[in-house]
Design a protein around this ligand. Structure first.
Ligand SMILES: Cc1cc2nc3c(=O)[nH]c(=O)nc-3n(C[C@H](O)[C@H](O)[C@H](O)COP(=O)(O)O)c2cc1C
Length: 252
């Protein structure tokens, strides 16, 4: 499968572990960060006029509720740089209302239980509603040893209906591979959860070197175009599935 990649090769020193240079939108203790990231808001309704369209078509479509999952929880991680860049791309559009779930702030133990302790239940209560309410997801993943991080898998495994019959877009980054193997592994996982991954992705190889110290891609045209294609597909799938589910329950 072809993948719309945003690969750049500009060499640069990666930010030091834990560097403040990397804008860290995910450092807050709350794992769900709606306010600063939200692009929700009123969509302008065209004023009626002599040539106004029939009322039904003048009703604006509700924005797609997208939850961005930041999949890295490594100390000194680079992930927030990629996340902030992506959130800017989403904020440029008027078709998404965004929330962020950060695996690093979720504090979920890896030992699963059907009867979670009060502390685990409290931790889940901070993230599960943002997954449940989403029409669509963008999952950001680095690549660790040819796959995605354990913390991300833990968050995924702790939810089921929250993913079901929803589209997932994948943004990956890493060393030489750009996280592409991690992204392809995630396609298999999300298929098991009845989620659909969209075709196009955004991928940064040599990620730390692909961004300048201000967190901007050194060669932004490719990544921006890839993000546009990916987000267009995500919005299409989200609306298509939302409408389909309004007509009949998902069969799975
Ligand atoms: C344990 C570990 C394993 C890694 N394995 C790979 C790999 O298999 N392929 C790759 O391209 N990059 C690999 N990398 C590089 C990371 O993908 C890269 O450093 C990325 O920025 C990590 O994301 P993070 O900083 O948000 O955790 C690895 C890094 C770590 C820490």
């Amino acid at each position: 499968m072809n993948t719309a990649t945003a690969e750049t090769t500009a060499p640069v020193s990666p930010p030091a572990a834990g560097s403040e240079a990397a804008p860290d939108s995910a450092s807050a203790s709350d794992p769900v960060l709606p306010a600063s990231a939200s692009v929700s808001g009123s969509v302008p309704v065209p004023a009626p006029g002599p040539l106004a369209a029939p009322a039904a078509s003048a009703v604006p479509e509700a924005p797609v509720r997208v939850t961005v999952v930041v999949g890295s929880d490594r100390e000194g991680r680079f992930g927030p740089v990629v996340a902030d860049w992506l959130l800017e791309r989403i904020a440029e559009r008027d078709d998404f209302a965004v929330e962020v779930v950060d695996v690093a702030a979720a504090s979920l133990p890896t030992a699963l239980s059907h009867d979670p302790s009060p502390s685990v239940a409290a931790a889940l209560a901070k993230v599960s509603p943002a997954l449940d309410a989403a029409d669509a997801f963008v999952v950001l993943t680095p690549e660790y040893n040819h796959s995605f991080p354990a913390g991300l898998k833990n968050l995924i495994d702790r939810h089921f209906t929250e993913w079901r019959a929803k589209p997932v877009a994948l943004v990956s980054y890493g060393g030489i591979s750009g996280g592409l193997r991690a992204a392809e592994h995630l396609r298999q996982v999300f298929a098991e959860l009845h989620a659909v991954t969209v075709r196009d992705t955004v991928s940064f190889h040599g990620a730390a070197g692909a961004f300048d110290p201000g967190g901007r891609p050194r060669d932004p045209a490719g990544p921006s175009a890839a993000a546009t294609a990916m987000l267009d597909q995500l919005a299409w799938w989200a609306r298509a599935l939302r409408e389909a589910k309004e007509r009949r329950p998902y069969a799975g």
